[in-house]
Design a protein around this ligand. Structure first.
Ligand code: ZN
Length: 522
C-alpha cells in the first residue's frame, strides 16, 4: 500500500470512517437508490398511469422489488454489514452505529420472514384485497371471513419468525414502532380513553341540551377544484413545505413519498362540494413531507434519511393538520385568503363560525371521517380487537359483534351495517396488525412535542397565534426532523421533551381546545 492511497481516508456523514464501513455504505447507497426508484414507479402508478398501463407497471415493480429483496438479504450484504459493525466497535461515532443498527434490524427481519412466507403474504393479501372490495360493497362479512382468518394466521406466523416477548402482537407492533410493546401501548391507550370518553360525553350533553350547536354545512358548499388547487399551494407555503423540493399531485388515496431530501412529494384529493378533504389532506401530507425534507443531508442515500417510525411520522402530519391547521390563530391569519379563493361560498361565514365548523365533534362510524377528539377512540377499538384476534382470544367469526359492542362503548353509536363497521378499513386485507396504534401514538406524540416546543420558547406560541409556523418548524427541524432515523422513537421523545410518551399532554390539549370550542365551562 502506498502513502498516497493511505492518505485518502474514506468519509461518511462528515467524518473519517474505516474502510469496511465505507464499503458497507456503498452497498447501502445502492439499495437505497433502488428502493427510491421503486417509490418513483409507485408514485407514478398512483398519480399518472393510465388504466391500460397498470398491469405492466405492477409487473415492473414486482421485478424490481424482488431484485431489491435479493440484494438486501444476500449473504454478501450480511457480511458487509457485520464487517462494518466490527470495524466501528468502540469508536465514538453515534451516527455510524445508528446506521448499522437500522440496517441490521431490517436485514434480520427480512431474513427471518424469508422469501417463501413473503410470497404467501403477497399472494393471500392480493386476493384478500379483491374479496374485501366486493364484500364491503355487498355488506357481506361472511365472504371476507375465511380470508381474514388466513390473514390472522399469517400475522401469527410473522410473529413466530420474528420472535416476541410476552405475546405475538409485540413482534407485529415493533415492526412499525420500534421498541413498543403491547402492554405499553395498552397502558397508554387506556389512560387516553379514560380521559377522552367523558370529554366526548360532556360535549354531547351540551349539544343535546341545546346549549350549543355547530353548523358545519358551510364546508359542503361549492368549492371549484381549480381554486382548491391554487389554495393548496398557498397553504403548503404557509406551513413551510418547500415547493422547490416538493410537488403536489392528485391521488384517490392521498399519501406522501420521498425520493431523497430534495424531492419529497405529496398527493391530495379534491371534492367540488367538500372543502376538508383537500385542505386538511394537504396539511396532513405536508407534515409528512416536511419531516422528510428536514432530515440531515449527511444521511442521504441511507435509511437514516427518513422518519424513525410510523408513529413519529404521524406526529408530524397530525401536528400540521390539527394542532396548527385547526387552530384559531392559523385561520386568523389565513382565513382572508380562503374567503378570497371562495367568495361566494365563504363570504358570509365569519372566521369564528368557520373555526367551529372545522372543529365540530361528532362521533362517526367511519374512522377516516372522525374529528380530532374521537379519532383515537376508533384506534383504541381496532387495537383491542386485533390484539385479541392475534392472541386467539377472539374468533374472526365473532368480530362483527365485538366491533359493534366496542363502538357502542367508545363512541356511543352502533354501525347499522358491517360496511360502515368492521369492513371499512383496507388494513386487515394484509397482516398489518400493529400499524393502527401508530395513528393514535402519532396524535399523542404530537401534543407532547407541541407542548415542549411552546414551553421552550414563547416565540413559538406567539407565532402560532398569529398564523406563523416558522418558529415551530425551526424547533421541529432541530428536535425531530434532523436526526432522521438515527434516534429511536423513545430516544427522540425523551430528548425533545424531557420525558417518555405521556398521554396527558393530548388530554390537556384536547380539554383546553374543546372546552373553548363548546363552551364547556359555561
Ligand atoms: Zn399520515
Amino acid at each position: 500500500m502506498t502513502d498516497e492511497t493511505a492518505a485518502v481516508a474514506p468519509t461518511w456523514a462528515g467524518a473519517e470512517v474505516p474502510e469496511p464501513f465505507a464499503r458497507f455504505v456503498e452497498r447501502v447507497n445502492e439499495i437505497d437508490d433502488i428502493g427510491r426508484s421503486l417509490s418513483v414507479l409507485g408514485w407514478d402508478r398512483e398519480v399518472n398511469t393510465p388504466p391500460g398501463g397498470v398491469e405492466a407497471r405492477v409487473t415492473q415493480m414486482v421485478t424490481l422489488g424482488s431484485f431489491l429483496h435479493r440484494m438486501a438479504t444476500s449473504d454478501e450484504f450480511g457480511e458487509a454489514l457485520e464487517g462494518a459493525a466490527s470495524a466501528i466497535v468502540g469508536l465514538d461515532m453515534p451516527e455510524a452505529h445508528a446506521l448499522v443498527r437500522v440496517v441490521r434490524r431490517e436485514f434480520e427481519q427480512q431474513r427471518a420472514i424469508g422469501t417463501e412466507l413473503e410470497r404467501r403474504i403477497s399472494e393471500v393479501s392480493g386476493r384478500a384485497h379483491t374479496v374485501w372490495i366486493g364484500a364491503r360493497e355487498a355488506d357481506d362479512f361472511q365472504a371476507f371471513r375465511p380470508w381474514l382468518e388466513q390473514i390472522v394466521e399469517l400475522g401469527r406466523e410473522i410473529a413466530d419468525r420474528l420472535g416476541f416477548g410476552s405475546e405475538p402482537y409485540d413482534a407485529l407492533l415493533d415492526r412499525f414502532e420500534i421498541g413498543a410493546t403491547t402492554d405499553w401501548v395498552a397502558g397508554i391507550l387506556d389512560r387516553s380513553k379514560a380521559a377522552l370518553v367523558p370529554l366526548r360525553e360532556a360535549i354531547e350533553d351540551r349539544v343535546e341540551g341545546g346549549h350549543v350547536s355547530i353548523d358545519d354545512s358551510v364546508l359542503h358548499r361549492d368549492f371549484p377544484v381549480e381554486a382548491q388547487k391554487v389554495f393548496a399551494r398557498y397553504l403548503a407555503e404557509a406551513v413551510g413545505y418547500d415547493l422547490d423540493r416538493g410537488h403536489i399531485g392528485t391521488a384517490v388515496h392521498p399519501f406522501a413519498t420521498s425520493f431523497g431530501q430534495g424531492d419529497c412529494r405529496i398527493t391530495t384529493r379534491w371534492y367540488p362540494d367538500y372543502l376538508n378533504a383537500s385542505v386538511f389532506g394537504t396539511l396532513h401530507e405536508c407534515g409528512h413531507a416536511m419531516y422528510e425534507q428536514g432530515t440531515d443531508a449527511r444521511f442521504a442515500r441511507t435509511p437514516l434519511a427518513g422518519g424513525t417510525s410510523s408513529g413519529i411520522h404521524e406526529s408530524q402530519s397530525r401536528m400540521i393538520e390539527n394542532i396548527v391547521g385547526r387552530s384559531l390563530g392559523f385561520w386568523r391569519a389565513h382565513y382572508p385568503a380562503l374567503v378570497e379563493a371562495f367568495p361566494t361560498s365563504l363570504g358570509d361565514v365569519p372566521l369564528e363560525d368557520f373555526h367551529r365548523a372545522i372543529n365540530a365533534v361528532k362521533p362517526s362510524l367511519i374512522r377516516v371521517e372522525a374529528d380530532e377528539l374521537t379519532y383515537n377512540l376508533h384506534i383504541v377499538l381496532r387495537f383491542e380487537l386485533e390484539r385479541a384476534l392475534v392472541r386467539g382470544d377472539l374468533a374472526v367469526a365473532d368480530l362483527p359483534t365485538a366491533w359493534n359492542d366496542g363502538m357502542r362503548d367508545l363512541l356511543g353509536i352502533t354501525p347499522p351495517t358491517d360496511r360502515e363497521g368492521v369492513l371499512q378499513d383496507v388494513h386487515w386485507t394484509a397482516p398489518m396488525f400493529g400499524y393502527f396504534p401508530t395513528y393514535a401514538l402519532g396524535n399523542l406524540y404530537a401534543a407532547q412535542l407541541h407542548e415542549a416546543a411552546c414551553a421552550s420558547d414563547p416565540a413559538i406560541s406567539e407565532g402560532l397565534s398569529a398564523g406563523r409556523v416558522a418558529p415551530l418548524l425551526a424547533w421541529l427541524r432541530e428536535n425531530v426532523h434532523r436526526p432522521g432515523a438515527s434516534l429511536t422513537p423513545a430516544e427522540l421523545i425523551a430528548r425533545a421533551t424531557g420525558s417518555a410518551l405521556d398521554p396527558e399532554a393530548f388530554t390537556r390539549y384536547a380539554t383546553e381546545k374543546f372546552t373553548a370550542v363548546y363552551g364547556l365551562n359555561r
